[in-house]
Design a protein around this ligand. Structure first.
Ligand SMILES: *Cc1c(COP(=O)(O)O)cnc(C)c1O
Length: 341
C-alpha cells in the first residue's frame, strides 16, 4: 500500500465521482453549450454571490487570468513572498501580464493592512510601477495551510478601496479555510473582486478550477481564457466531477484536518524533528534538527511506502487528503513511532 502525502492533488476520482462524470450532459463550451459547465459556473457564482464564474483547467490559469483582468503591463501586484502566483506559476505573472510583484515579508504567507499600505507606490510618482492589485492566498500553501483572520482580509479590502486597487483571492484551498474557521463563501464574495477556487485539491476532482468575480472584471475573462488556450469543448465530464464534489466532499475536509493535526503531534515527539508548524488545515510543515537530514528522513519513510515532499531550506511537508484512509493514517502513526535515527 503506497501512502502518498506529497500533496492533496494526488487523489483519483472515486467510483461515485466517475459515475457522476459519465452521466454529465455535455456540449461545446466554447459556444457556451455545455450544460454541466454552465451549471457548475452558475452554482459557484451563486455560492459567492457573484454575477459570473468561469471554469478553468487549472488554478494557475484561473489566477493568471485574474491578474490579467486587474492589470496592464508595467503594473505591480502586491503579494506575500510565499505567494503561489509568485513562486509556483512559472513566472506567469510577468510572462502573461507583464507585471512585477512587490513582495511582503509576511508570516506564514499572511500579512496585514499596514503592510499593504507600506507596499503601495504613490500613483503620482511615475518612476515607480503602478500598484494595481493586492493578491492573498487562503489557505496559504507555502505557509503550511494557515488560515487568514477574516477581519484582516476586511481591513485590507478597505485599503484596496481607498487606493483603487483590485483585490484577488487565490482560494485554491479556500474550502479548507471555510471548514476550519466555520466561514461562508458569501463572506468571501462580499470582500473580494475576484476569487479562484480549486476543485482538484481537497475536493478530490481530477481537474478543474473556477474563477468568480464581479461584472467589471469578468467581462473580459472569456477572451483571456481563450487567449491562454483554456477554452475547452465537452468539458462537462470534468465539471460533473466538480458538482459531485461540491455536494459530497466539503464538510468531510475536517477529517483531513484532524489527521494532519495528529500527524503533527506525532512528528513533534521525534527527536530529529526540531519544529512543527501549527497545523490548522490539511498541511503539516516541519523542520528537522539539521537540514542535511532531509534526504535521509524522506528515504526512510519511502522504505515504508510513505511519500512526503521536500519544500527546500530544510522544510518538509505532509498533506492529508480524500484518498488518505484511516488505515493509512494508523500505519503512518505507527511508522513514526518505529522510526530509528
Ligand atoms: C495548487 C494551487 C494553485 C493552482 O495550481 P494548479 O496546479 O494550476 O491547479 C494555486 N494556488 C495555490 C495556493 C495552490 O496551492
Amino acid at each position: 500500500m503506497l501512502i502518498d502525502l506529497r500533496s492533496d492533488t494526488v487523489t483519483k476520482p472515486s467510483p461515485e465521482m466517475l459515475e457522476a462524470m459519465m452521466a454529465a450532459k455535455v456540449g461545446d463550451d466554447v459556444y457556451k453549450e455545455d450544460e454541466t459547465i454552465n451549471l457548475l459556473e452558475e452554482r459557484i457564482a451563486k455560492m459567492f454571490g457573484k454575477p459570473h464564474a468561469m471554469f478553468f483547467p487549472s488554478g494557475t490559469m484561473a489566477n493568471q487570468t485574474a491578474i490579467k483582468l486587474h492589470t496592464n503591463p508595467g503594473d505591480q501586484v502586491i503579494c506575500d513572498k510565499y505567494a503561489h502566483i509568485y513562486n509556483y506559476e512559472g513566472g506567469g505573472a510577468s510572462f502573461n501580464s507583464g507585471v512585477s510583484c512587490k513582495l511582503i515579508d509576511g508570516n506564514r504567507g499572511m500579512f496585514n493592512a499596514q503592510d499593504v499600505i507600506d507596499a503601495i507606490n504613490p500613483p503620482e510618482f511615475y518612476h515607480n510601477p503602478l500598484s494595481k492589485l493586492v493578491e492573498v492566498e487562503n489557505t496559504t500553501n507555502k505557509g503550511g495551510g494557515a488560515c487568514w483572520d477574516f477581519k484582516e482580509l476586511e481591513r485590507i479590502k478597505s485599503v484596496c478601496t481607498a487606493h483603487n486597487l483590485g483585490y484577488h483571492l487565490d482560494g485554491a484551498r479556500l474550502w479548507n479555510a471555510l471548514v476550519a474557521k466555520n466561514e461562508t463563501t458569501e463572506q468571501y464574495g462580499d470582500v473580494f473582486d475576484t476569487i479562484s477556487v480549486c476543485l482538484s485539491k481537497g475536493l478530490g476532482c481530477p481537474i478543474g478550477s473556477v474563477l468568480t468575480g464581479d461584472e467589471k472584471f469578468m467581462k473580459n475573462a472569456l477572451r483571456i481564457r481563450k487567449m491562454l488556450g483554456g477554452g475547452m469543448r465537452q468539458g462537462g465530464f470534468l465539471a460533473g466531477a466538480g458538482l459531485y464534489a461540491l455536494d459530497h466532499n466539503i464538510t468531510r475536509l475536517s477529517e483531513d484536518h484532524n489527521k494532519a493535526k495528529e500527524l503533527g503531534e506525532h512528528l513533534k515527539m521525534l527527536s530529529v524533528v526540531k519544529h512543527v508548524e501549527q497545523s490548522e488545515t490539511n498541511i503539516v510543515i516541519f523542520e528537522l534538527d539539521e537540514v542535511k537530514n532531509s534526504n535521509a528522513f524522506i528515504s526512510k519513510l519511502k522504505n515504508y511506502n510513505i511519500l512526503i515532499s521536500d519544500m527546500g531550506q530544510g522544510k518538509l511537508r505532509l498533506v492529508t487528503h480524500l484518498d488518505y484512509t484511516n488505515d493509512m493514517h494508523s500505519k503512518v502513526l505507527d511508522t513514526f513511532k518505529a522510526l530509528k535515527f
